[in-house]
Ligand binder design. Structure first.
Ligand SMILES: NC(=O)c1ccc[n+]([C@@H]2O[C@H](COP(=O)([O-])OP(=O)(O)OC[C@H]3O[C@@H](n4cnc5c(N)ncnc54)[C@H](O)[C@@H]3O)[C@@H](O)[C@H]2O)c1
Length: 244
């Protein structure tokens, strides 16, 4: 029996691709498609969806995720913009209900590998900064991938970028946002899809990891993989790397 999947945000850029990818997958089937102004709770109930994939909007994602969980469906949350407190709240609720789910800021294999190797490099180099570059329609900044990368870098080396050198910003924001002591610079331009560089600096050398998503198709194998996997879990994981 294929797993019943409902796609929320089904008419957006990511949602449309997810509908197609899920329908083409041998073990998954789309039983519902919802968007803005739909009754998500009723749609989950009526369609008997086991898994709900969310590619909507940063303003709506926490409420959507809570609703999916309370409806007893497994959340696969691709929408970015969740704060770490919100992710923690979702994890607590899933743990109480023993419900499997995932919050994945990036479903592409290349981006997950970039984060994996960045952790290793962070143990050996003293300084790091992140430049993330996205299309100009992106609603939130910095990207979820940049935030997740900064969290992982800081976990790998709590001394990164320490001690901070005093510097005056002639224009506020010139040094980017700071998250876990790691500067994040967000670029928004038409023509881009989703790109990130993690730059490491050491004594007399730098090392740059770069990932480029040229086509949103790159996220689809990860979305389908997560849909299959979440029904076997009893907790909500943060990051696709937790499942690989
Ligand atoms: N995790 C990943 O790998 C990954 C990859 C790319 C994009 N994203 C994220 O996915 C999200 C969607 O991106 P997109 O490019 O498809 O955006 P989009 O604007 O093309 O599509 C979003 C869709 O959601 C709908 N929507 C808005 N609010 C809603 C709500 N409350 N309930 C239901 N539907 C609602 C919109 O009408 C639209 O159709 C963004 O947060 C983006 O950053 C994640």
């Amino acid at each position: 029996m294929p797993i019943n999947i409902l796609i929320n945000g089904a008419f957006g850029r990511m949602g449309q691709l997810a509908v197609k990818a899920v329908n083409e997958h041998p073990h998954l089937t789309v039983v519902g498609q919802t968007g803005r102004d739909y009754d998500l709770k009723k749609a989950i109930h009526d369609s008997q969806a086991q898994v709900v994939v969310d590619f909507t909007h940063p303003e709506a994602v926490f409420q959507n995720a809570m609703l999916i969980i309370e409806a007893g469906a497994h959340p696969v949350i691709g929408t970015t913009g969740l704060t770490s407190d919100q992710i923690h709240t979702l994890q607590e609720r899933c743990a109480q209900l023993k419900l499997g789910g995932i919050v994945a800021p990036n479903f592409s294999v290349g981006a997950v590998l970039m984060m994996k190797y960045a952790k290793e490099i962070a143990q050996h180099m003293s300084h790091a900064e992140i430049i993330e570059m996205h299309h100009d329609g992106k609603a939130d900044s910095p990207s979820g991938t940049a935030m997740r990368s900064a969290e992982l870098l800081a976990q790998a080396n709590i001394h990164l970028n320490q001690p901070a050198k005093p510097s005056r910003e002639t224009i506020p924001g010139a040094r980017g946002a700071s998250y876990h002591n790691i500067p994040i610079h967000a670029v928004r331009l038409p023509g881009l899809v989703a790109h990130q560089q993690i730059l490491f600096g050491g004594l007399g050398e730098t090392l740059t990891l770069r990932h480029d998503s040229y086509d949103r198709q790159c996220f689809m194998p990860g979305v389908c993989f997560a849909c299959e996997k979440v029904i076997t879990l009893d907790k909500l994981v943060y990051g696709l790397e937790e499942l690989l």
